[in-house]
Design a protein around this ligand. Sequence first.
Ligand SMILES: Nc1nc2c(c(=O)[nH]1)N[C@H]1C(S)=C(S)[C@@H](COP(=O)(O)O)O[C@H]1N2
Ligand SMILES: [Mo]
Length: 532
Amino acid sequence: MLTAERETDTSTDLDLRPDEIGTGRAAVAGGVASLVALAAGELVAAVLDSGPSLVTAVGSSFIDRFAASLKDVAVAVFGTNDKVALIVGIVVVSTVFGAAMGVVSRRWTTAAPLTIVAAGLAGGWALATDPQGTTGVAVASCVVSIGAGLAAFRLLWRWAAEPRPPAPSVPVENAAPGARRGSRRRFVIAAGGLVAVAGASTVLSRRIRSSNSIGAERRSTVLPRPLSAVSVPAGATLDVPGVSPYVTSNADFYRIDTALSVPQLEAANWRLSVSGLVDRPFELSYAELLDMDTVEVPVTLMCVSNQVGGDLVGNAVWQGVPLADLLDRAGPHADAAQVVGRSVDGFTAGFPLADALDGRTALVAFGMNGEPLPAEHGYPARLVVAGLYGYVSATKWLSEIELTTWEAFDGYWVPRGWSKRGPVKTQSRIDVPGRGVAAGRVAIAGIAWAPGRGIERVEVQIDEGDWQEANLADVASDETWRAWHLAWDATPGTYRVRVRATDGDGETQTPDERSPAPDGATGWHTRTVTVA
Ligand SMILES: Nc1nc2c(c(=O)[nH]1)N[C@H]1C(S)=C(S)[C@@H](COP(=O)(O)O)O[C@H]1N2
Ligand SMILES: [Mo]
């Protein structure tokens, strides 16, 4: 039996006879080798820098390539869950494909190894061409990932072999009875061990990443005192449970972007360049930015993908340098008509230069609710422009502001089917009550926004009743949302509750229901409420 096993060990390499490896083992060998390759790539990337890995680079190029077609599935922009789903999808597809190639290798031995090499090279290419990737990390990840994948496959392939059937001269009863079981155990242990190593190395990669994150640096940053600050009136937040507070906390602020791994930018190495159609292009460090005259202003930011009644909207107090001051210093040419923000992650957004200069709040922001910007919201600096949807204006992880003509450039989402202009539409939302409520005096309350125009009136309709005017809370300015509420003596039954807002220009929200693409949803938020 010992001899038999040793024989299997030494005689086998990758060129086993097809019938010596069962389909199941071949699939496991291919699948596990893929997992090992992916995990090795993660580890190398995490050790070398805080940028993307093979997996996230592939995911990012997937997003960039297919974002346009995904918009109809209501992800004009990727939310957190979509990102998790994408990463899980890449891992699952790689594993399943690896398993299939393992099975193909029973006939054509080099199928799985070739696939590992090809997939590694493709991932390396994605990483090398990723805006945040570097050639060095791409080459290292590629080499280590392919090497680990091949080694794992080779090991499993060798151990996947069944012991040779006993020679015909040996009576069956005398054939080594434990050989099959022993070899099976060995294979299972090897496969399980490799999966465990891949898992542990992924956990380790995550640890390394979080310890390399800019979290600590960010927490120790002290923001300057703003030269001017718009104060938030005490009556801006309603005393109604469940209604949105006037200022959204950083933790609760919605997050939307195409970034699969949150860029970790060290403020000390960060530069903002102001360039393009300007007389005096210049670069600015983080310290220089914070040294300028800064303002602190509440501005409501919203995503064009927000559905009627949706939660892709938030109101924060932003601290930053007026964009107009930076543009002034650069001296725009007469033909400059578009401000383009560029991010380290390759994202771009453009809006009319006139919007930056018409007196509205338009900032290169570095502070959010009294703290340095959280990494997910653009640390160290981003753009915030009142009255424009985020996809045309609010570039996070900002690296460049370029002035150009209106025709010369289209931002990230424009060729993907979204409108080039992105002024925010008037919207209103019911926060409370939910679908069910106890009879009695009930508060119907929510928020409404029309940044730049302000909210003049909010009305609520119950079933086909008269539109009733809601009470409006205070606001710091017309660039933020406004809370509203109405008392309702609710008796048992089921009701349709609707809301509509009228902006400062006297325009009432249209009841026409339109989906977000291409320039923002319209319609009245409606909720069916059961009173018990
Ligand atoms: N770099 C970068 N900036 C970006 C985006 C992005 O994908 N990448 N998305 C934009 C969109 S669509 C919106 S709605 C806002 C959201 O900002 P928030 O995540 O801070 O809420 O960021 C904008 N800035
Ligand atoms: Mo957005």
